[in-house]
Design a binder for this molecule. Structure first.
Ligand SMILES: Nc1nc2c(ncn2[C@@H]2O[C@H](COP(=O)(O)OP(=O)(O)OP(=O)(O)O)[C@@H](O)[C@H]2O)c(=O)[nH]1
Ligand SMILES: [Mg+2]
Length: 725
């Protein structure tokens, strides 16, 4: 108990202080030591090379060593792991992030209508102990035109008036100008005392904020992130485009969090932002308050809504399903409703027992739903039951570990550790490659043998590229086949699918669909209706048969978290111009040549695998984008109808558009996917060919470096062995 108390105290004190680096684990110490040993080897080599004659090879090696120094210092060429936090408004996303980071008041959270209004990115400040933020504003022109539109929405008294739009207009204007400001005219708002400050911020475009104290920082940024219904005025989120925060916290060494405001916001910019952010996430935290009940479909709805953007158009490998507010329980009520009569009731610590029991049941329920869902094939799942309130407030009835915040912190620590291990491995391999190059060109066997080896490598490169081409041909055939099936099904069913959006069976008691359809047309085919709680995406509805038909093959060609035997990533992994690892005896010239080539291959492959992920997102998105591009002129035309009969006219315009386009647009989408796939093939081949040709050329250098590096190579091999253990 004492140690729990001490730990919690440390977390509570963390806000505003920089002295909170946790003790390093033994694994971190090993990684640190390995890096140090390798750096010492490299430093020695650098010093010894400096006194040698100037040659092209010497210049190349010095250049490579300074690249390694850069790689070590800035870590810039490595993409951080992005974790997206999703969930409905008020479920406790911001509170959760604050707790995990040990910064109680970093992000605004609150009841009574106070909530996050802007997608906020939080990453680590690894260079000093300051809290910084970059606030980016929309342009003055953009705001002026938006404000006019907002006032137009408010003054719209016709039947075309859209309730969602009106609500947003009121929220934005009152947030900036205060209560009742939405009743003012444009001229009155311009004369309002608050306009000067708004204009000043808009002129700035970007505003950096920096504080050494966390609490002062939190106070200042809340003006740009928070929405407060109960205290309107002087909240600037309506003119903010993006917020990127950096805080001094070792948990954020390789991790970026994205706190996404209550999913399902109909604001167009915010909507497109969260979808694009979702595509960057390799981990997603789905947050749901435990007292909603485990039968609550909401979190699964959110997932269903997002799964395409997370997988085919994204790179998500795992989900953390997080139940929040576990402290919020009425034990009497819980026992009455949920505790089986035959099970013995605890006579003390009743509340804690109920909380623990509910946590276990909730986890089981989610696990079961997941096991039965399609998601199981696509990603891994972890489940947590957390209480941020009990984490910060030790008078509540939960043990520190019961709050499960420490478990989430461990999740982050493990992620950082495994990335550090990868980085250390890359660094040692890099060093070993440089030494292998020095050793390779020291061969005393003469130019004839050397030339023979290089010719052989050239031949291997040709053969390997040819083989890669065949693999791509095969994958292209597979893709072509399922795309064709998709085209056939789309042509047959697109109109029926579109009807579910254009002329849906309205939920009971819901009217005014014409307003929603108009909003959809104005927004190029997409509309999220807050009032109805539904997501309407006509472009997605039209492309669904293409996506459905290619899903299985696409996932196996571009899997995110597993091997499938025929993925592009595996083809890249298999690619090598080295014939066999064991063919040559250790310490011969060939051994060092192979090591050098291997290092070049590893570097090229690492970069290419990253490129593959980015390009596969583009390939997948191109289907819906092609369809949207074809539909856009018709959306514009339909959006113009108003007055009596406008709904019918909009529906007819969209239906006719689909009938006109159905014989071309799906075929064009298919052609675009195949074109982009072939582009990817060419990109991979070009990168491997030019990178490895350069490596072979380096091996042909006649310059020599007089340095005995054999012992150093052995030392690096031992270090690598330690990393594998
Ligand atoms: N009892 C209890 N309340 C919590 C807990 N976590 C958060 N809350 C409360 O839930 C409310 C909403 O929390 P937020 O963190 O603002 O929720 P959010 O998901 O970020 O909401 P949006 O920003 O609107 O998307 C606040 O009043 C919090 O104090 C918890 O563990 N226990
Ligand atoms: Mg929030």
């Amino acid at each position: 108990m004492t140690s729990h108390g001490t730990k919690r105290k440390r977390s509570n004190e963390a806000s505003g202080s920089s002295a909170k680096r946790p003790d390093k684990s033994s694994q971190e110490l090993t990684t640190d030591l390995i890096m140090k040993q390798t750096k010492d080897v490299i430093k020695k080599i650098k010093q010894n090379i400096a006194v040698q004659d100037s040659t092209d090879l010497k210049a190349y090696i010095i250049d490579q060593i300074s690249n390694m120094d850069m790689m070590n210092k800035s870590n810039t060429n490595r993409k951080k792991v992005t974790i997206g936090i999703f969930g409905r408004s008020g479920e406790g996303k911001s509170s959760l992030l604050n707790a995990v980071l040990g910064e109680r008041y970093l992000l605004p959270s609150g009841s009574s209508g106070a909530c996050t209004a802007i997608t906020t990115q939080v990453e680590g400040n690894l260079s000093d102990s300051n809290y910084t933020a970059d606030i980016e504003f929309i342009s003055k022109e953009e705001w002026d035109s938006q404000l006019k539109d907002l006032l137009l929405d408010l003054s719209d008294k016709t039947e075309d008036k859209n309730d969602d739009m009106t609500k947003i207009a009121i929220e934005k204007i009152t947030a900036l100008y205060g209560a009742n400001a939405f009743k003012k005219t444009l001229e009155e708002l311009k004369k309002d005392a608050k306009s000067a400050k708004i204009d000043e911020l808009l002129q700035k475009e970007k505003m950096p904020i920096s504080h050494s104290n966390g609490s002062n920082f939190a106070k200042e940024i809340s003006k740009f992130i928070q929405h407060s219904r109960s205290n309107p005025g002087n909240w600037y989120w309506p003119i903010v485009k993006s917020v990127a925060i950096k805080i001094p916290n070792p948990l954020l060494e390789h991790i970026v969090f994205v706190d996404i405001p209550g999913t399902g916001d109909c604001n167009k910019t915010r909507d497109s932002l969260w979808k694009s952010k979702l595509g960057e996430c390799s981990v997603v935290w789905i947050v749901s308050a435990i007292n909603r009940g485990t039968t609550d479909e909401d979190p699964w709805e959110i997932l269903k809504h997002c799964v395409y953007y997370m997988t085919q158009a994204g790179e998500c490998k795992s989900i953390n399903f997080i139940f929040t507010k576990t402290d919020d329980i009425d034990p009497e009520e819980y026992i009455r409703n949920e505790w089986p009569s035959e099970e013995e009731k605890p006579d003390k610590d009743l509340k804690t027992a109920c909380i623990r029991k509910r946590n276990i049941c909730s986890k089981e329920a989610v696990r079961e739903s997941f096991e039965n869902s399609k998601l199981k094939k696509k990603m891994t799942l972890n489940i947590f039951t957390v209480s941020t309130r009990a984490f910060f407030d030790k008078t509540l009835c939960l043990e520190h570990s019961d709050t499960e915040i420490p478990k989430l912190q461990d999740f982050l620590k493990n992620l950082n550790n495994s990335i550090n291990k990868d980085l250390a491995r890359d660094y040692v391999n890099e060093a070993k490659g440089i030494l292998s190059l020095i050793k390779s060109v020291q061969s005393e066997t003469g130019n004839v043998v050397q030339t023979g080896v290089h010719n052989k490598l050239e031949q291997n490169l040709c053969k390997a590229l040819e083989k890669l081409g065949w693999q791509f041909d095969m994958l292209c055939c597979v893709l072509e086949k399922c795309l064709s099936d998709g085209v056939e099904e789309s042509e047959r069913l697109c109109l029926t699918s579109a009807c579910s959006i254009i002329s849906p069976n309205l939920p009971h008691g819901k009217g005014g669909f014409h307003k929603i359809l108009k909003a959809l047309c104005k927004n190029d085919g997409y509309h999220w209706s807050n009032a109805w709680g539904i997501d309407l995406d006509l472009n997605m509805a039209l492309s669904q048969h293409m996506h459905k038909n290619i899903e299985e093959e696409f996932d196996s060609i571009f899997p995110v978290h597993c091997k499938t035997g025929k993925s592009v990533q595996e083809q890249i992994e298999k690619f090598s111009i080295i014939q066999s690892d064991t063919e040559h005896p250790r310490a011969s010239m060939f051994y060092h040549i192979d090591n050098f080539i291997k290092r070049e291959e590893i570097k090229l492959k690492r970069k290419l695998k990253r490129d593959v992920i980015e390009r596969k997102k583009e390939i997948s998105l191109s289907i819906t984008n092609m369809i949207k591009d074809a539909m856009v002129p018709y959306y514009a035309k339909a959006a113009h109808f108003h007055g009596t009969g406008s709904m019918k006219k909009m529906q007819n315009t969209l239906t006719e558009a689909i009938q006109n386009l159905e014989h071309d647009m799906f075929k064009q989408a298919k052609a675009e996917v195949l074109r982009k796939f072939r582009d990817l093939e060419q990109h991979i081949k070009d990168a491997l060919e030019s990178g490895l040709q350069r490596a072979i050329l380096l091996l042909s250098e006649t310059d020599k470096i007089k340095l005995d590096v054999l012992e150093d190579i052995k030392e690096l091999e031992n270090i690598l062995q330690q990393l594998c253990d």
